[in-house]
Design a binder for this molecule. Structure first.
Ligand SMILES: Nc1ncnc2c1ncn2[C@@H]1O[C@H](COP(=O)(O)OP(=O)(O)O)[C@@H](O)[C@H]1O
Ligand SMILES: [Mg+2]
Length: 258
């Protein structure tokens, strides 16, 4: 029997007034999979992650995480989930170690100091531990967010454009650390990025969202073959510009059989 999916959503839709941000999304994510969620601005990527974090309530559909119904097991699920986003603000007047300590308390961790030190070292920002968040560079804040995201040793990590402000060297290190966490702890990662190189390096599989619908799902190589493009960037542009024509009901299924 295949292992139970870590995330399973069916017929998931989210409406914001006239906007259908997610439209009948079907998705299963396997344990230990790194799934890239691609799509133009407004495609519905953040909405999907927010639903998995309980920050947005779906209009309709089912969400299961760790094999449990999200509505009924929300707090158990969220205890084992974490996220990082370029778009959240950390309290700027607290020091780095204080911020992580506060989050550790929120997560119910006892004796979090060794873990905090270990994560700061891992992301190479130990020297900022007594620096106020407001004085950090954007790359340091990004790494602090990732430390926060791994603090509760999550089984599911949701990353919304986490490396947007990192230089190529640090971005490469972060990818390596995420791969390590996947290999060592079986961490499952859902990840959005507009950096196609990074997506290709990191993701086992990607899905393309277009106006809230999944237009294609498969490995980066499969996507390039399927859309007859040399690079993932070209696949992205093709889908973003002609997604309406490529939608399954217009063109036959582009979904990879699983
Ligand atoms: N809280 C909200 N209220 C109204 N519309 C929203 C809200 N959040 C997202 N949307 C709309 O839903 C669509 C999908 O947004 P989002 O999930 O943020 O896209 P992405 O992350 O792919 O750029 C967009 O049209 C956006 O304007
Ligand atoms: Mg977004």
């Amino acid at each position: 029997m295949p292992p139970l999916p870590i995330v399973k959503v069916s017929q998931l839709s989210k409406r914001f007034g006239p906007i259908l941000a997610l439209d009948q999304v079907e998705l299963e994510v396997k344990p230990g999979e790194i799934l890239g969620i691609l799509g133009a601005n407004g495609a519905g990527k953040t909405t999907l992650l927010h639903i998995l974090l309980g920050l947005t309530t779906p209009t309709s559909g089912r969400v299961e995480v760790f094999g449990q119904n999200f509505e009924n097991h929300r707090s158990q699920i969220l205890q084992k989930t974490n996220f990082s986003s370029s778009y959240i603000a950390l309290p700027f007047n607290l020091k780095v170690r204080e911020v992580l300590h506060v989050f550790a308390l929120l997560y119910g961790l006892t004796d979090s100091h060794p873990k905090i030190d270990q994560l700061l070292q891992l992301f190479e920002i130990s020297e900022t531990r007594d620096t106020a968040v407001g004085k950090l560079s954007s790359g340091q804040i990004t790494r602090l967010n990732l430390c926060k995201a791994l603090l509760n040793s999550p089984g599911l990590l949701l990353l919304d454009e986490p490396t947007a402000s990192l230089d190529p060297d640090i971005a490469e290190k972060v990818r390596h650390l995420l791969r390590q966490a996947q290999a060592r702890d079986g961490l499952t990662i859902l990840y959005t990025s507009h950096n196609m190189y990074e997506v290709e390096q990191l993701c086992d599989r990607i899905i393309f969202l277009h106006r809230g619908r999944i237009l294609a799902s498969g490995s980066p190589d499969w996507m390039k073959q399927q859309f007859q493009q040399a690079t993932l960037e070209q696949v992205f542009i093709r889908i973003a510009r002609s997604g309406d024509v490529l939608a399954p009901e217009n063109s036959g299924s582009h979904q990879q059989p699983t």
